[in-house]
Design a protein around this ligand. Sequence first.
Ligand code: F6P
Length: 336
Amino acid sequence: MRIGILTSGGDCPGINATIRGVSKAAINHYGMEVLGIHSGFQGLLTKDVEPMTEKSLSGLLNLGGTILGTSREKPFKKGGIMGDVNKPALILENIRELGLDCVVTIGGNGTQKTAAKLAGIGVNVVSVPKTIDNDIWGTDFSFGFDSAVTIATDAIDRLHSTASSHKRVMVIEVMGHKAGWIALYSGMAGGGDVILLPEIPYDIHRIGETILNRLKKGKPYSIVVVAEGIQTDGKKRAAEYIAQEIEYETGIETRETVLGYIQRGGSPTSFDRNLSTRMGGHAAELIATGQFGRMVTLQGNEITSAPLSEVAGKLKLVTEDNDLVIQGRRMGICFG
Ligand code: F6P
């Protein structure tokens, strides 16, 4: 069998480990041929591929980013027609010309949606969930998330130094798109006093009270962790907006930090390396056993899979009954 692998959407630590996991299992165990497809779905439109060899697969386990490159190309957008090009038809033709028996798609929600549509027009697809946001329905975790949380937690730890030294409120904005998973997990791991998620509405007066109560109890500084997707005035970034509001509410000097793309960079954690390896290997197994149209998933500690038709494009959001939210509240952490 000859398979193609593409990586699509935002980069994150663990993508290269996943490429390695799929490819090494496919080549060494199942005797398959593997083609790397460059720049996500764009590479399927332009037949921009390279054979994956032992050499090209070496040194990937701990390498950030994606050696194949990525894009946010959505070939089915606006019906897939661009000028006189019918993108889905061109992809079908290119897959046939490249002699691909299956396409492995590594990506987030947008990628899963495109993968499901490709499966719907007859392409053999197996997909692997990838995102630092951890907002993909059907899998307990996606690789990239643990690495981003580790980076964000280290940043929050460092903010404690300057907050306590200057007796300031420090606000840090983390990524997560429309979900609050990174803010929740890094906020709890980093000892945040206030953690704001898009999924839980907040009242700035209550936040101010929390901070002033800490002051009264002899804690003259606070750490506020905000997800980028929270409600704001629609003009400022989350961190800038919340910092300004807190300083106004409390009169305490408040400063903001936007962690941004640092959360997506560098080497994957050991957890993400092993999750990537496990998911990649399972993708190869699905192909070898002819199980197409499925997304690899983590359920508890088991690697399994689900039909793309059931999970593609569905958002997994934080709920009030999440045990980290419940435990945080019981400890006096303010979620807004
Ligand atoms: O989906 C991953 C992510 O990093 C989100 O957390 C963030 O909102 C978005 O990508 C940023 O997109 P871009 O890389 O296109 O700026």
